[in-house]
Design a protein around this ligand. Structure first.
Ligand SMILES: [Zn+2]
Length: 238
């Protein structure tokens, strides 16, 4: 009887003394919690690690995770042709920021983007002709299902002109970047306390820069080196 009591007491003592002090037990427990939180992020309403939504181009030369220093799990990343705001970008950004905990939006366009091709300067007819040539048939932009799951979403008015706008080619990647930032900032489905910032990724240098702040433009001539504005942010020597 005495031995049984001792044995029960030992079990209790072991339970109390050994489990909390076992590092392996803690480690396994933490891993299980981490894995559970990872697998059930949306159910537990946990945001991505950086609470970030990123919009960028589908171009294969833009390593967006590397450029922004992102790891798996850090951000919601949306890529399309040009990295431009479309109805589905609005849908995704609004869901990310309002339902999934993102608190910040970054837009990244890039140099030598295919969306700045010569078609932009060729007009609506040229683009339509080129498309029809590749499709091997005539197309009517007024009846094209832009979103097959939402057939009521159709172009109206001057449908050829609207269709070309829908393709969203642009002339200048810096201007395009700022325009997308503005559209997201102004959109009623994006909260005003969500900061939206834009950068241009240079495929030629592999670096991000602010729009219209190409460093290589400021290093070639004395005029550029001493142009007003270059030195304004330099620390003063006292
Ligand atoms: Zn592109």
């Amino acid at each position: 009887m005495k031995q049984e009591e001792n044995s029960e007491a030992a079990k209790v003592r072991l339970g109390k003394e050994h489990k909390p002090n076992s590092y392996m037990y803690q480690e396994v427990g933490e891993k299980i919690v981490q894995r559970t939180n990872w697998a059930l992020r949306r159910q537990k309403e946990l945001p991505n690690n950086r609470r970030l939504f990123v919009l960028t181009c589908m171009d294969e030369r833009v390593p967006i995770e590397q450029a922004l220093g992102l790891e798996v799990g850090d951000a919601h990343v949306y890529r399309n042709a040009g990295g431009v705001v479309t109805d589905d970008v609005i849908r995704s950004a609004a869901l990310s920021c309002n339902f999934f905990g993102s608190h910040e939006i970054i837009v990244v366009t890039h140099t030598e983007c295919g969306m700045m091709s010569h078609f932009f300067h060729s007009g609506a007819n040229m683009i339509m002709n080129y498309l029809e040539f590749h499709l091997g048939q005539k197309i009517d932009p007024g009846t094209i299902p832009l979103d097959p799951s939402l057939p009521e979403l159709q172009l109206t008015g001057d449908v050829n002109r609207s269709f070309v706008k829908w393709i969203r080619m642009f002339r200048d990647t810096d201007a395009a970047c700022l325009a997308q930032v503005q559209m997201l900032q102004d959109h009623p489905l994006i909260r005003k306390d969500v900061p939206v910032n834009g950068y241009v990724y240079e495929v030629e240098s592999g670096a991000l820069r602010l729009p219209y702040q190409r460093i290589s433009d400021k290093v070639d001539t004395a005029q550029e080196m001493f142009a007003k504005g270059v030195w304004t942010n330099q620390p003063t020597t006292r």
